[in-house]
Ligand binder design. Structure first.
Ligand code: DX5
Ligand code: ZN
Length: 213
C-alpha cells in the first residue's frame, strides 16, 4: 500500500520539523490539502507555503485541490511539480481538457470524487487518468469518520479499473487508520491518505508502517 500522510493534521507552528519528521518515515508521498473557502468550508495553504514545503520535502507531493476556479488553481500549483495534482470532478465542466492541461506540465493527473459522486461519469476518461482519489469523508476537515459505503464504491471502481485502466492508481482519503486499512486493501486501494491517524501518533514511523500493508 502506498501511503501519503496529510499535512493538514501536522503542527503548523512547527511545519518544517513536521515535514522532516514525516519524510523520515516509510511514507511514499506527502499529501497536501488545498482548500479555498468556497468549494469546501475551510481554508488552508497556498502556493507560497507549498513551495517552501517542496524545498525541504524528500518525498514527492500529492496535491489535492478542493477549489472552485480549478483551472486557475492548477496554474498556481502545477509549476511546483508535484508528483500528482488532483481536481474534484464536481467542480470541473471540461474535465478532459483540464486533465490534459495538468499533464502538459509533465505531472500526473488525478480526479477526486466526493463520497456520493457516482463512478460512472469516469468510465470513458479513466484510461487517461493517472489517479482517482475517492473521498471517504466529506472534504474540508481532518479527523472525520470513514464513511463505510465508500468500501463498496472502491470495490466497483477497482473492477472497472482492472478492466479498462490498469495503470490508474486508486487512492482513498478520509478517516483512514489501522482499523480499516485491511478492508481498504481488500477492496482494491493502491494508496491511502492519512492525516489525524499519523499526526496524532507519538511515533510517525510506526503509524505509517501500520498502513503499509
Ligand atoms: C479532507 C482532506 C484529507 C484529510 C484527511 O478534506 O482531503 O486529506 O486531511 O484527514 P484524516 O485522515 O484525519 O481523515
Ligand atoms: Zn486530501
Amino acid at each position: 500500500m502506498l501511503v501519503a500522510p496529510s499535512l493538514l493534521s501536522a503542527d503548523f507552528l512547527n511545519l518544517a520539523q513536521e515535514v522532516e519528521k514525516i519524510c523520515a518515515t516509510e511514507c511514499d508521498y506527502l499529501h497536501i490539502d488545498v482548500m479555498d473557502g468556497h468549494f469546501v468550508p475551510n481554508l488552508t495553504i497556498g502556493p507560497l507555503v507549498v513551495e517552501k514545503i517542496a524545498k525541504i520535502a524528500t518525498k514527492p507531493l500529492d496535491i489535492h485541490l478542493m477549489t472552485k476556479n480549478t483551472e486557475f488553481f492548477v496554474s498556481l500549483f502545477a509549476p511546483l511539480k508535484p508528483a500528482f495534482l488532483s481536481v474534484h470532478i464536481e467542480e470541473v465542466v471540461h474535465l478532459d481538457r483540464l486533465v490534459n492541461l495538468i499533464k502538459s506540465y509533465g505531472i500526473k493527473a488525478g480526479v477526486v470524487l466526493n463520497p456520493h459522486t457516482n463512478i460512472e461519469s469516469l468510465r470513458y476518461l479513466l484510461p487517461s487518468l493517472d489517479l482517482v482519489l475517492l473521498m471517504s469523508v466529506n472534504p474540508g476537515f481532518g479527523g472525520q469518520s470513514f464513511l463505510p459505503y465508500v468500501a463498496e464504491k472502491l470495490r466497483d471502481l477497482r473492477t472497472l479499473r482492472d478492466k479498462i485502466a490498469p495503470n490508474c492508481l486508486l487512492e482513498v482519503d478520509g478517516g483512514v487508520s489501522d482499523k480499516n486499512i485491511a478492508l481498504l486493501k481488500e477492496c482494491g486501494a493502491d494508496m491511502v491518505v492519512a492525516g489525524s491517524y499519523v499526526f496524532s501518533s507519538d511515533d510517525y514511523k510506526n503509524a505509517v508502517l501500520r498502513l503499509k500493508v
